[in-house]
Every structure is written in C-alpha cells, then in structure tokens.
Design a protein around this ligand. Structure first.
Ligand code: ADP
Ligand code: MG
Length: 246
C-alpha cells in the first residue's frame, strides 16, 4: 500500500505551468512484474493466466481482460512471430487517430520490446451479424461482398479481369439498392480507405469475429494483419535454389 502511494508520488509531479502531469508511465498492468515479458511465451502466459481472465484467443495472440481505471480493458499478448508482427501494426497511434470511428482506442503498448510483446486496448462488446445489421441498417455479408469487390477493383481482378480465371463478381451478389446504401455509408468509406492506405486485405474485415461494438458503433478489433505481415509470416517461402556448377 505504502509502496503504491510512493510510486504515485514519484510518477506525478508539477510541470512549469503548475499542472499535474504524469512523468513516467507504469508498465501495464501496474502491479505486474514487467520482467515476465523478458521470459518465454509459456512463462508469460502462465503468469497472465494467474492474474487475469482470458477472454479470447486467435491464431497469433492470447487476449486477457484487465481492470484499468475502474473499467474492463484488453491486453493482447503475442504467442508467436505473427502475433509480434500484428502487435507492431496495431501499436500505431496514427492509425487510431485516422480511423477513430472504426477502431477501439489503443491505451498503451510494450515499449521495452520491439516489436511489442503486448498491447493494451479498450474492450469492445461482442457483435453478431444481427447486431451489425441493427447498427448499420445493412447485412454484414453484403458489406463483406462489397469489400471484396473493392479489393478486386484495386487489383485489376474481379468483374474487370482480363483473364477469365480471375473473373469474379462480388458486386452481383448484392441487390442494387443495397449496394448504393453500403457504398455511401461512412463505415464502408472508412474501412476501404484503411484497406488502401494501410495495405490491408479485405479478407480480415469480412469475418465477424474480427469485429466488435464500441460506443454503439461497429469497430474492427483485429487490425493486425497487413499484406506485409502476410508476406513475412504466411506466404510460402521460395525454396533456396542450389547453386549450379559450371
Ligand atoms: N478489443 C477487444 N475487445 C474485446 N474482445 C477482444 C478485443 N480484441 C480481441 N478480443 C477477443 O480476442 C479474440 C482474439 O483476438 P484477435 O485480435 O483476433 O487475435 P489474433 O490476432 O490472434 O487473431 C477475438 O476474436 C475477440 O474475441
Ligand atoms: Mg483474429
């Protein structure tokens, strides 16, 4: 108790203007032993499991709920190289500033390690396709089809493809009046803008598991995958060619 009070006093001081400012950020969560993040993934996971509730898991991160300033928040711990790469893409404050309406705010990230082993974000509520429709007015699958359609257009595939084997027509799966409604929505414009600017594949955003609800809006909770992460961590590597004799 006394140590906590002392820590607080050490971390808060008066700046020139006389305002209280926080000088040093505590590692999150503040009562955790930060050095555990220097240890193996197994040790880190064991440690986190003893202290926090696990609320989710994907292919690359284990996700915990932790209390922060009196509210439930989310800690995402990387479990492999892909998780580190995803944490690195998600620990980009610029991304949240550009797209505040379709993301959950980033609170903090592991600054001791590069790439970050954990990131700390706000907690989103669960979403279903029914809830998505209630919030936006259009069905989630149609929204996804038009994201795929936009990606195809950008890549010269899909309905304008020159090569027959590249021909797909996602747009045709969506009734015309709904196409317009979706394409005019702020949500569609924000998501396609992010896909273009941050080189993100549509496939990530067409899965409902990667969405949540925050402040009454549908938001993307897994924005870690970029084509760059895909290239480094998923794409099959070409086999090294034997050096020929001559
Ligand atoms: N901000 C969040 N709020 C609530 N739940 C979350 C949040 N981020 C992740 N989750 C939960 O954890 C799961 C895995 O997280 P995700 O970011 O998709 O990890 P991965 O990169 O391994 O796929 C999600 O499907 C979701 O259930
Ligand atoms: Mg995921």
């Amino acid at each position: 108790m006394f140590k906590n009070v002392l820590d607080e006093l050490l971390n808060i001081s008066l700046n020139d203007k006389g305002d209280v400012s926080v000088l040093k950020e505590e590692p999150i969560p503040s009562d955790w032993d930060a050095s555990v993040f220097d240890k193996s993934f197994k040790k880190r996971l064991e440690y986190a499991l003893e202290r926090a509730k696990k609320i989710g898991q994907g292919s690359s991160r284990v996700v915990f709920e932790i209390e922060f300033e009196g509210r439930p928040t989310v800690l995402k711990i990387a479990k492999n190289g892909k998780g580190l790469a995803q944490n690195e893409t998600e620990a980009d404050y610029g991304l949240y500033r550009m797209y505040p309406d379709i993301t959950v705010p980033l609170i903090d990230h592991d600054e001791e390690h590069d790439p970050p082993r954990w990131i700390h974000v706000e907690k989103a509520d669960k979403i279903t396709t029914i809830k998505f429709r209630e919030l936006t007015g259009f069905p989630f699958d149609y929204f996804g089809f038009l994201l795929n359609d936009r990606e195809d257009d950008r890549e010269g595939k899909g309905k304008y493809a020159k090569k027959p084997y590249m021909y797909t027509n996602w747009e045709a799966k969506v009734p015309e009046d709904i196409r317009e409604e979706i394409r005019e929505s702020e949500l569609f414009n924000d998501v396609t803008d992010m896909m273009g600017n941050f080189d993100k594949p549509a496939g990530d955003f067409t899965a409902i598991q990667n969405w949540g609800v925050y402040k009454g809006r549908p938001v993307i909770i897994d924005i870690g995958l970029s084509s760059d992460v895909w290239d480094t961590h998923y794409k099959p590597k070409p086999k090294p060619q034997p050096v020929g004799r001559w």
